[in-house]
Design a protein. Structure first.
Length: 79
């Protein structure tokens, strides 16, 4: 996989938008493990994206590598 630079630390709300119904929607095209999700696709707690329930990390920052305009989430940081 081609990487463009070192990981950048983003706040959770920079990457995901909480919807009025409580679901989350990515603000950018994201990739977690081998799963790619685009803006416009929302998901609720309990849905695993690339094996991860994103809701478990709502109070964390994200380690991201941007590759070809895809935000590749590589890890999570406690605040």
């Amino acid at each position: 996989m081609e990487t463009t630079k070192d990981l950048v630390r983003y706040s959770f709300s920079d990457i995901f938008e909480k919807q009025p119904d409580g679901s989350l929607m990515p603000r950018h095209v994201i990739k977690i493990n081998s799963v790619v999700i685009s803006p416009g696709i929302s998901f609720s707690k309990g849905i695993k994206i690339g094996g991860i329930d994103i809701f478990d990390y709502m109070n964390f920052d994200l380690g991201v590598d941007v590759v070809n305009d895809i935000f590749v989430i590589k890890g999570f940081y406690k605040k």
